[in-house]
Design a protein around this ligand. Structure first.
Ligand code: ADP
Ligand code: ZN
Length: 808
């Protein structure tokens, strides 16, 4: 083996690897990180293949090894190659997913002296060459930077190159240190005693209330507190603190904080619960998969609260018993603290949690510790799928239907589930996909027999067989007829008042994501849709027209509803802020709490909001889909869906599925305690199958209808999609390029005689303008799309998304 195929960390490399020869005496393995010359610079690379022959005639030599141990396992190398091929991404982008965080750094060059041959005539050296040799004499190595400082950059490099050529000096390389250090946070503390502070506060009360409050707050703390916390608690600003500092009462200090918002150390260990019959049979199937050693995919379908997590925990325990390890994927760490805690409690000290709040340095250390086999279980979002967990035996994907599993806006645009399944296939491990509302494609695969379907039909808490909450669907058209103009129907209004007076809690859900405005008739519920594509039309303010985002058909805005002819068309687009305001008017005594991305910009806000609500410091929680996640809140007896229509009317073929998922998840929040619960769904289209099915907790009813539609329109799972987006600052140019690409792709399809690929569009993207650039899209529908697109040259400005989810 004298040659290596290397994936080079340069944007020029794209989907190619490059051949290098191995320097004599340098042991190199597959998966090893190396330095390679590329152009006139040195780059990082990872060896993907070794062979006795080079792929090209002339090769350069690998310059050095970055780390003695290979960073990628052979399976990860194969996975990276597959990701690059399937998602049409640069190969190093795929490789980088599996490298330790913070790996991508520049090299530092060092030089050291070689033994000078006895017959060497030193007088043939220039004074500068001799000067450089003088620097390194007696040293093991010297950084090139030092020489550059002394001689100037250009000169230093030239002289060193001469010395290397003459065999007097050798170069070696090392990664520059990781830049992101530990996290430092300002803390504030008293520098007088608590009593002195209280005395001072008493004096300050009249003149400087905030300062007094701050002193009293600090006196209570018994030590330094994070400034952010102090500030928030008494609602003050920096000037208040500065005043206390200059009075010699308080001081700031910089404290290094370890980012462990989950406080895993504090959990109390738990024991496995005795499984219910349904759990027992699911576990039996998974265990036989584990002991078979050949892997297998299980789809665990169980309503919220049916005990899926307990099944994951016991399946993991079984994996560990067999001397293997597990990876658990969750949609978002910040939103699932309770789930994480349960894993940490079952495997005390043996769980690694990957999350972005760790500094780069901490993530790097954690990666190394995982690779050394320190953890039975690694939990995390998307990136955890690539954790270097040795002896992997089981991958769990919780809430497998969640769209956050798809990497949205960065290459490679991979789907975690797809990638995890591929990895499992490569190394022969078991995968458990869990959900209350499985992705239609996953359920279809289970129906086809590709996955084994495991069902947990009922809730286990408060006791086995607890019914799911009762769901009432309110027809908002009827409300309007009855003269109700509020956001709250009579039924919801009454239920909220009742819950609040009985000291119970309420969740109000409004899915306001996406700027999509749809146009609906308030009288008959009709939504304006494209005649050709059947997707809701979007209103474009700049043109004052309705546009189909699938085929680009334009129509003027009608004066009256095309169905009932009344002049009651409404442009809909209501947000959570407005909802909060309205709730304030309607329920003046209730304590409100809003939870959406606008209020969670800060670090711990998710936790803060959630624990505030859990401690019953608020009666009504108002939020977007965050409130739908796996929260277990026993005091919540009422969940109100303010409008079920927002997600339903997005111009996306998955709108029905999305709506069903959201409604089911939100409904699952009610009645987790002994008091039971109720769900009220407000809608203008109560007859829609997704709403009907969610109301009766009937996944099969939803699935059967949905699959029928998918088949009819040949949408996934009956095809695959690829979304090609072109962006440019000039809209017309953008449209033209999209048209040109369509013609060129059509020709390719014709000339190759491919019947199974159709091209939809060009049309403006759902997000037509993004950061000053216009965007146009082509959608390809068919099979083997990656293979078809692989040889097609894509000019700059194009982005390919294979298996897109949602609208972009
Ligand atoms: P899911 O993950 O399906 O939402 P969980 O695993 O969170 O369901 O279970 C819901 C609740 O039921 C949790 O409080 C859990 O502790 C409890 N639970 C699960 N399985 C059992 C069991 N076999 N016996 C008793 N309680 C259980
Ligand atoms: Zn259309």
């Amino acid at each position: 083996m004298r040659y290596a195929e290397v994936s080079v960390n340069s944007p020029i490399a794209q989907r190619q690897t490059f051949s290098y020869s191995l320097p004599p005496g340098l042991g190199i393995d597959i998966g090893q990180a190396v330095w390679v010359p590329f152009g006139d610079k040195l780059f990082q690379g990872v060896v993907l293949e070794l062979s006795p022959h080079p792929a090209v005639e002339e090769t350069r030599e690998i310059a050095g090894v970055i780390e003695p141990r290979p960073l990628l396992s052979p399976a990860h190398v194969q996975l990276a190659r597959w990701i690059s091929r399937y998602y049409l991404s640069p190969i190093f982008d795929a490789v980088a997913l599996m490298l330790p965080p913070g790996f991508e750094r520049r090299p530092l060059t060092f030089i050291s002296a070689r033994a000078v041959p006895g017959d060497f005539d030193l007088s043939t050296l220039t004074p500068e060459q001799r000067r450089v040799l003088g620097f390194i004499k007696g040293q093991e190595r010297v950084s090139l930077k030092r020489v550059e400082k002394a001689l100037g950059k250009k000169k230093a490099q030239g002289v060193v190159a001469q010395l290397v050529r003459r065999g007097l000096v050798i170069r070696s390389y090392e990664l520059e240190p990781i830049k992101a250090g530990p996290k430092i946070e300002p803390f504030i503390k008293l520098i007088v005693t608590a009593d002195e502070a209280r005395n001072e506060a008493a004096g300050l009360h009249k003149r400087a209330k905030k300062q007094a409050d701050m002193l009293e707050f600090l006196a209570k703390q018994g030590g330094p507190v994070p400034w952010a916390e102090a500030r928030k608690n008494i609602n003050s600003n920096k000037a208040v603190a500065d005043a206390l500092v200059s009075k010699g009462m308080a001081a700031f200090e910089q404290v290094e904080v370890r980012r462990d918002p989950l406080a895993l150390q504090k959990v109390t260990p738990t024991q496995p619960l005795t499984p219910t019959d349904a759990q027992r049979s699911a576990l039996g199937a998974i265990k036989s998969g584990l002991s078979g050693g050949r892997g297998g995919v299980f789809l665990l379908h169980g309503v919220t609260g049916s005990g899926k997590t307990e099944v994951y925990l016991q399946a993991l325990a079984e994996t560990v018993k067999m001397g293997r390890r597990g990876i658990v994927l969750v949609p978002e760490i910040a939103l699932t603290p309770q789930t994480i805690e349960r894993f940490a409690a079952r495997f005390p000290g043996r769980v690694a949690v990957l999350h972005s709040q760790l500094s780069l340095g901490e993530q790097f250390d954690e990666w190394q510790r995982i690779r050394d086999g320190n953890f039975d279980v690694v939990i995390g979002p998307r990136s955890a799928a690539f954790a270097p967990q040795p002896d992997l035996g089981l991958i769990v994907i919780d809430e497998e239907h969640e769209w956050t599993y798809k990497q949205p806006d960065k290459s490679p645009r991979y789907h975690t589930r797809h990638v995890a399944l591929k990895l499992a296939e490569l190394v022969g491990v078991v995968v458990v996909l869990g959900s209350a509302t499985p992705d239609v494609e996953s359920y279809y695969r289970a129906q086809q027999g590709d996955y084994k379907l495991l069902q947990l039909p009922g809730r286990v808490t408060p006791r086995d067989g607890t019914p799911l909450p009762q769901v009432e669907v309110v027809d908002m058209r009827e409300e309007l007829k009855a003269g109700v103009r509020s956001l709250f129907s009579r039924s919801l209004s009454e239920a909220i008042s009742q819950a609040v007076t009985s000291d119970e809690q309420v969740i109000l859900f409004l899915n306001r994501r996406g700027a999509a405005t749809f146009i609906q008739c308030r009288s008959c519920g009709f939504v304006l849709r494209c005649r050709r594509c059947d997707v809701p039309l979007t209103y474009h303010l700049d043109q004052d027209r309705l546009v189909c985002h699938q085929c680009n058909h334009h129509t003027p805005v009608p004066q009256a509803c095309p169905r009932c002819a009344r002049r009651s068309l409404k442009f809909l687009g209501l947000g959570t802020q407005k909802l909060e305001q309205e709730a304030g008017y309607n329920f003046p005594t209730a304590r409100l709490l809003r939870w959406d991305t606008d209020v969670t910009r800060g670090r711990h806000s998710h936790d803060e909001i959630l624990s505030k609500f859990r401690r019953h410091q608020a009666d009504i929680l108002i939020g977007t889909q965050m409130v739908a996640k796996g929260l277990d809140l026993p005091l919540v007896t009422l969940v109100g869906v303010v409008s079920a229509d927002t997600a339903l009317n997005l111009p996306d073929f998955r709108a029905g599925e999305r709506t069903f998922q959201l409604l089911s998840q939100v409904a699952g929040r009610a009645g987790r305690g002994v008091k039971g619960g109720k769900v009220i769904i407000q809608t203008y289209t109560p007859e829609h199958y997704a709403i009907q099915a969610a109301a009766s907790h009937d996944y099969d009813a939803f699935y059967n209808k949905e699959v029928e539609y998918r088949l009819e329109l040949r949408n996934p799972p009956f095809s695959r999609l690829a979304c090609l987006t072109y962006s440019h600052t000039n809209d017309l140019l953008c449209q033209r390029e999209a048209g040109r690409m369509k013609r060129s792709l059509s020709q390719e399809i014709d000339s190759k005689g491919i019947a199974a690929i159709e091209i939809i569009g060009p049309a403006p993207a759902f997000i037509h303008r993004l950061r000053g650039r216009f965007r146009w899209q082509l959608i390809l529908r068919g099979s083997e799309l990656s293979a078809f697109l692989d040889p097609v040259p894509l000019p700059q400005g194009w982005v390919v998304d294979i298996d897109p989810v949602g609208l972009s």
